[in-house]
Write a protein that binds this ligand. Structure first.
Ligand SMILES: NC(=O)C1=CN([C@@H]2O[C@H](COP(=O)(O)OP(=O)(O)OC[C@H]3O[C@@H](n4cnc5c(N)ncnc54)[C@H](O)[C@@H]3O)[C@@H](O)[C@H]2O)[C@H](O)CC1
Ligand SMILES: [K+]
Length: 456
């Protein structure tokens, strides 16, 4: 698990004020980190172009040219003239060493984008937008310094000091490529401060392995899945739960006929079994149950995983104050939930640009609930603790993937995982399943995901 930060300016200032470091020292390490990456990955004499802006992001880039000039065929291209004091100082140093300056892009092996970083504001001019477009067309290995400038597609982002949350918005996933953190003259552990936002690593996954020798099917929980108009959704969820270790899984519904063709390992019934240890509902629910019937089913303090259709029903408001409840909305469902709860009336686009902020607002109002906000980078939050799972891929963008995720969460709830941990480890399992799927990226189906569970 790695920490995420809204900003790192305060971390820099602490380096200056408390550790007697200087902006020049931090910048030298920033540039040296980029140089080390290039030295490791590219043979000497590779052609490198560093495109720089007017501020300290540009200064990082100019310092980089100084460090590799002489070993690499490196040139500078000023997208904007150096303006900040550090940029001008770095340029003076680069000039003294004779770093070549280009007036236009050329083919190259490595292209470093150091136009803007954390100081970007507003919008790029047409000229800069066109330059970025031209940079994207070059057949080069593309490195973003600290963070990509708008619309620059990086193969790797070398970010300074610590991970910024802005690198993990859904809207940036297309651009950042692989992200590496560069230390700035002290260990990252000492550079970073406390944070309530964390990035989940794949190694953090905990699986419901069975360690107890003397056990029986009742030892591993009993998940009840309320089945609605679209039975397939709850069957996917139930099948995933069974595969993910739940001892017993029962589909709950009225019409006996609809259950005649369900997988034989799944049970069905009209009422919650006595041994139920968690309930999953919402997937394909439709109007199968009246609110009164739903509330009767939910008149327990059992852990709940709530998905899909429930986010459009007022009844959700009665459930939000409960403990051990996991909500798994996708952006459109979360917009509905924000409106139902009176938190905000926003568009999906607004949410997608401010996912962190709205996740925090929701969890502040409902501190007992665990939110799993679906997306390219999943956000999981409970009260004041937040986690980002960046390991998902477009393979999962298919109907039924969410039903499988609900089953994975329900399985861990039924087996006694606390809601936040159930959401974290089910989400990591979900993205790991997709990653390990060996078929074509467009071919993954929910049943493939369920099949993959056995190989975790
Ligand atoms: N701990 C760290 O993260 C460190 C980061 N470093 C580098 O410093 C930059 C931040 O530098 P700063 O000067 O504050 O801002 P930028 O260079 O990112 O950009 C501001 C610069 O760009 C111009 N600008 C802003 N918006 C626009 C726009 N829409 N169009 C055109 N130009 C724009 C503005 O005029 C300024 O001149 C950080 O990203 C790191 O790369 C340190 O080097 C080490 C510590
Ligand atoms: K940049």
């Amino acid at each position: 698990m790695q920490k995420l930060f809204d900003e790192v300016g305060s971390l820099d200032r602490r380096c200056y004020d408390d550790f007697y470091l200087s902006e020049d020292i931090l910048m030298e390490h920033a540039a040296e980190g980029m140089a080390a990456f290039i030295r490791e990955k590219f043979a000497k004499d590779a052609k490198v172009i560093v495109v720089t802006g007017s501020g300290n992001n540009g200064a990082d880039g100019i310092a980089l040219t100084r460090l590799i000039h002489g070993d690499y065929d490196v040139s500078l291209l000023h997208a904007k003239e150096p303006k900040s004091p550090m940029a001008q100082l770095q340029q003076k140093r680069a000039d003294a060493l004779g770093v070549p300056i280009l007036t236009q892009l050329q083919p190259c092996d490595v292209l470093v984008e150091a136009i803007v970083g954390t100081g970007f504001q507003g919008k790029f001019s047409t000229q800069l937008t066109q330059l970025i477009q031209e940079m994207n067309t070059l057949d080069s290995y593309k490195i973003a310094c600290d963070m990509p400038s708008p619309n620059f597609f990086a193969d790797t982002t070398l970010t300074m000091g610590a991970l910024k949350k802005s690198l993990f918005l859904d809207t940036t996933k297309e651009y950042v490529g692989e992200i590496h953190v560069i230390d700035l003259g002290i260990s990252r552990k000492l550079y970073e401060r406390e944070s309530n936002w964390y990035l989940l690593d794949e190694e953090d996954l905990e699986l419901p392995h069975r360690k107890q020798k003397n056990s029986h099917k009742g030892s591993y929980g009993h998940l009840a899945v309320l089945s609605g108009e679209k039975l397939g959704a709850s069957v996917l969820s139930a099948s995933a739960a069974l595969r993910f270790g739940t001892g017993l899984v029962t589909l709950i519904g009225y019409e006996k006929e609809q259950f005649l063709n369900i997988p034989s390992a799944l049970m069905y019934g009209h009422a919650l079994p006595q041994t139920t240890s968690a309930i999953a509902l919402g997937m394909g629910l439709g109007e199968e149950f009246s609110d009164k019937e739903l509330l009767a089913f939910l008149d327990t303090d059992l852990p709940l995983i709530i998905d899909a259709d429930l986010f459009y029903k007022d009844i959700i408001l009665k459930l939000l104050k409960r403990k051990n409840i996991v909500l798994t909305p996708h952006p459109k469902e979360f917009v509905s939930l924000l409106k139902l709860t009176g938190i905000a009336d926003i568009s999906v686009e607004t949410l997608q640009n401010e996912r962190f902020e709205y996740a925090e607002l929701f969890c502040k109002k409902y501190p007992h609930a665990t939110l799993l906000l679906k997306g390219a980078n999943v956000i999981i939050g409970q009260n004041e603790k937040f986690y980002v799972n960046p390991h998902g891929s477009a393979k999962l963008a298919k109907g039924g993937s969410g039903d499988v995720l609900s089953g994975l969460i329900g399985a861990l709830l039924a087996q006694g995982f606390e809601a936040l941990h159930a959401a974290i480890h089910a989400s990591l399992a979900h993205t790991t399943l997709a990653k390990h799927y060996s078929g074509a990226d467009f071919s993954l189906t929910p049943n493939d995901l369920i099949e993959q569970i056995g190989k975790l």
